[in-house]
Design a protein. Structure first.
Length: 134
């Protein structure tokens, strides 16, 4: 008697399903990684925009320095200024500079970025009067 085989064995079906499951798992993992990367890039872009806005909002720094902090849209920020170098001696031209640093953090403080720049020191009207008297 001749016996013909017309289908797949149970073992072949199980192997095919295992291969398909591993392939789909790899595809889902790749898609999830891409989504995480996009979300991280979006958060970093928002943090950079916030830090630049805070930097652009400061034209000068008071001689005593400045400290400020807040939270916007799930992002915590901190702004600090401090003297960069000593003020020029009286009678000498030049501006006293302050270093301004803005730190923005997100994801419960696990991620963050810092931008820094220099600002001129804010001079009081009394400083201007003293210079014109000399």
């Amino acid at each position: 008697m001749k016996r013909s085989q017309g289908g797949f064995s149970l073992l072949e079906v199980v192997v095919a399903m295992s291969i398909m499951a591993m392939s789909l798992g790899a595809l889902y993992q790749a898609g999830g990684g891409a989504l995480r990367s996009v979300l991280e890039a979006e958060a970093r872009t928002r943090a950079t925009a916030l830090a630049r806005t805070l930097l652009d909002g400061q034209w000068s720094a008071p001689s005593a320095g400045l400290r400020d902090a807040g939270s916007v849209g799930g992002m915590d920020w901190r702004l600090v200024t401090a003297p960069f170098r000593p003020a020029p001696p009286v009678g000498q031209e030049g501006w006293a500079l302050h270093r301004i640093e803005v730190n923005v953090s997100w994801d419960k403080g696990r991620r963050g970025l810092t931008l820094a720049s220099l600002l001129p020191e804010r001079r009081s009207p009394l400083d201007s009067e003293r210079q014109t008297e000399n």
